[in-house]
Design a protein around this ligand. Sequence first.
Ligand code: PLP
Length: 412
Amino acid sequence: MSQLSPLLKQATPVEVDYGEGVYLYDHSGRRHLDFTAGIGVTSTGHCHPKVVAAAQEQVGKLIHGQYTTVMHDPLRSLAERLGDVLPPGLDSVFFANSGSEAVEAALRLARQATGRPNIIVFQGGFHGRTVGAASLTTSGTRFRAGYAPLMDGVHVAPFPFAYRYGWDEATATRFALQELDYLFATMSPGEETAAIFVEPVLGEGGYVPANREFLAGLRERADKHGILLVADEVQTGFGRTGKFWGMEHFDVQPDVVITAKGLASGFPLSGIAASTELMGKAWPGSQGGTYGGNAVACAAALATLDVIQEEGLVNNAATQGARLLEGSRQIAEKFPQIGDVRGLGLMVGSEFVTADGRADPDTAKAAQQAAAERGLLLLMCGAWMNTVRMIPALVVSGAQVDDALGIWSESV
Ligand code: PLP
């Protein structure tokens, strides 16, 4: 008999039997308020009836139709439907299975389309665990340790993480853009830089929203040097932040959008979107994989889009996100061990620090565990794993947000 690898360490002791909406139920029938949503994946809640019905119907018709061999309705329809929600001009989409694979696809596209080697990423960014994606990731040594040499040509610029720098947002932004210009002047001249990869909200890096001036500064520099601006919306996309895409908050248009997680409510599906002209510059045969654009996953994604639209989930994420952020801030005022509360929409993080301002992962972990004992499931993030994050399904109600805040306050 084989066993699960010791690499698999659960953040909570819950052995789940089934899920419904924002709740998970264990084998004893105990209900857990799930503010992790499978790390931001089950956007429409666990087992939304419409997603279940769409997937069940598709399973009976066609499970897999490999997209380099045959075309099928769910794949074509999903590509067409995404046109309604993608930023203008990004009219060509391509599918894979996971966030990391989509990041790799964007990486290949950027280098192939520009013929340039370098990629600029930001301190604290997370883009995945495959070699290319891990090479772009700087949100913690654990994602890269023992794995080098990774991909060459990646240059890291500061992200305007005002709280960590101890500065105001404007100063942090000015610093970040100046450092970026310094990078262009030294290690990564514009004409050698293929793409800038940015998350509109640093996810694994600690739930740090970018800002308009910073992203506009990236857009300006990308235009000046002919560099592609790639928005990694794996965690922030599909309504999570209270707009369909995180970049919309800042009115900055990317050249490539990467999506995954919430796209198919839990079925493995990811994708990249770009203009047809840009996508046409990818080298045939270099992109894709056996399972990309799986028929059942595409059917689930179509149902996810329906549910998001019919139930007004983007607006709900904005409303409940604001409630969650405000409630978390009120709790932090009572507890000095929480140094900062930040987020956008239904991505809210509480950062734990010691009295002298150092990262305090132990207290953060203790609070997360105390919440789990009380029936509220939460996760950690941040370079030091000292930020407790809340990322519930977009269907969460005001009453459920209040329940979570009540448990969170007791747990802290
Ligand atoms: N990009 C971002 C912004 C993410 O948050 C993640 C996962 O958390 C990824 C990429 C990688 O996605 P996956 O774990 O599906 O490979």
